[in-house]
Design a protein around this ligand. Structure first.
Ligand code: PRP
Ligand code: MN
Ligand code: MG
Length: 182
């Protein structure tokens, strides 16, 4: 029987490491926003799993909403073209906004999103990412909370996909090149 594990070269960040780091991030965010409420904006779909765990590691009130944006194509790199597929249901004005991403790669998605949200006059605007891949940055973006800085490997799991697969792996793994090479 074919298992998702057969497509994984190796585990980069284990379930236990994720759990520990997210607990720490949650504590830090709870301290930084003490006495406030947060509106967490998750970027569909990759951020969903991280966001669910992060929200539960925070002990102040957290409202959640989602945006879906897309760069075209299903390949392994972002095209740089960003469009909104699903906008927020909540209003942003006067709220403390925390944008949650699974990974910052070129930075193009986040750069676009932060500008877009800023124009809606939040009380404050910060961002949080589980993974940061600085080697592939095309635009400079400020990251307020970063889980792990990783080298330029093609990673999947814990929300991150290749062609919509592997999001449900409970760790961050490096995909075997044979999976995405023709
Ligand atoms: C991925 C990832 C980030 C973005 C990062 O999303 O989840 O949202 O790309 O890349 P960037 O820094 O180069 O913009 P993707 O477009 O693959 O959609 P998905 O979250 O639904 O997988
Ligand atoms: Mn994404
Ligand atoms: Mg993707």
């Amino acid at each position: 029987v074919h298992s998702m594990m057969d497509d994984v070269e190796r585990v980069l960040i284990s379930t236990e490491e994720l759990k520990q780091r997210i607990a720490d991030m949650g504590k830090q965010i709870s301290q930084d926003y003490a006495g406030k409420e947060i509106l967490m904006i998750g970027v569909l779909r990759g951020a969903v799993i991280f966001m669910a765990d992060l929200a539960r590691a925070i002990d102040i009130p957290v409202a959640i909403d989602f945006m879906a944006v897309s760069s075209y194509g299903a390949g392994t790199s972002s095209s740089g073209v960003v469009r909104i597929l699903k906008d927020l249901d909540e209003t942003v004005e006067g709220k403390h906004i925390l944008v949650v991403e699974d990974i910052i790669d070129s930075g193009l998605t986040l750069n676009y999103l932060l500008d877009n949200i800023k124009s809606r006059k939040p009380a404050s605007l910060r961002m949080c990412t589980l993974l940061n891949k600085p080697e592939r940055r095309k635009v400079n973006v400020h990251i307020d909370y970063n889980g792990f800085t990783i080298p330029d490997h093609f990673v999947v799991g814990y929300g991150l996909d290749y062609a919509e697969k592997y999001r449900n792996l409970p760790f961050i793994g490096i995909l075997k090149p044979a999976v995405y090479e023709p």
